[in-house]
Write a protein that binds this ligand. Structure first.
Ligand SMILES: Cc1cc2nc3c(=O)[nH]c(=O)nc-3n(C[C@H](O)[C@H](O)[C@H](O)COP(=O)(O)O)c2cc1C
Length: 177
């Protein structure tokens, strides 16, 4: 095997964990810009970047999102809250119905890139997918083409994650002969 181009990336991706408790430190604009720069370079369907990123600042809106996400309180506690949305309307002219799936994939990939970038910058994030999609759309006043896919509460970690149990790499692979 060739020597990895970035051993540090491999370590980072393997060590990333979800944290649900944040220090009160603010997240500065430069950090947000760096996250967005990486999202902007993420692979996307046809290079059409069929996703949107919302930053939620208003405290009342954050509280409403907590309620829409089954009272996951840490969402409002994070100093930076991003909501990744799919936007199929950016590619439906090219991919038709398939753009519904592609846009969810684009938003998912962008959010995953954001999550890794957050970790690389010394902060932490947790993926929040358990929410009432309709309620989140209403709270944020989203245009109907923007479908919320994931929330990312982001901040400086205030707890250590417990040990992680996984299936193990061998269990993931199915070889088709
Ligand atoms: C699609 C998806 C939805 C998730 N939704 C939630 C959620 O609503 N609340 C939460 O606390 N964690 C959520 N998570 C985080 C997972 O619980 C977490 O990634 C998993 O337990 C593995 O732990 P790790 O991220 O520390 O490796 C979600 C993760 C994914 C990928």
């Amino acid at each position: 095997m060739e020597k990895p181009v970035s051993e540090s990336f491999l370590q980072l991706a393997s060590r990333r964990r979800s944290i649900r408790s944040f220090k009160s430190n603010k997240v500065d604009r430069e950090t947000l810009d760096r996250i967005l720069e990486v999202c902007d370079m993420a692979p996307s369907s046809g290079g059409l970047q069929t996703f949107e990123v919302y930053q939620i600042i208003n405290e009342k809106t954050k509280r409403e999102l907590v309620a829409a996400a089954h009272d996951q309180e840490f969402i409002a506690e994070a100093p930076l809250l991003l909501v990744f949305c799919a936007n199929a309307s950016r590619s439906s002219f090219k991919y038709g119905k398939r753009s519904d799936l592609f846009s969810v994939q684009d938003a998912t990939i962008a959010a995953a890139y954001a999550q890794l970038t957050v970790y690389a910058l010394g902060l932490t994030a947790v993926w929040v997918g358990a929410f009432d999609e309709k309620k989140v759309s209403e709270i944020l006043g989203l245009p109907k083409e923007h479908r919320p896919v994931a929330m990312l509460p982001i901040g400086y970690p205030n707890e250590k994650p417990s040990d992680k149990i996984t299936r193990g790499p061998k269990d993931l692979l199915h070889v088709v002969k």
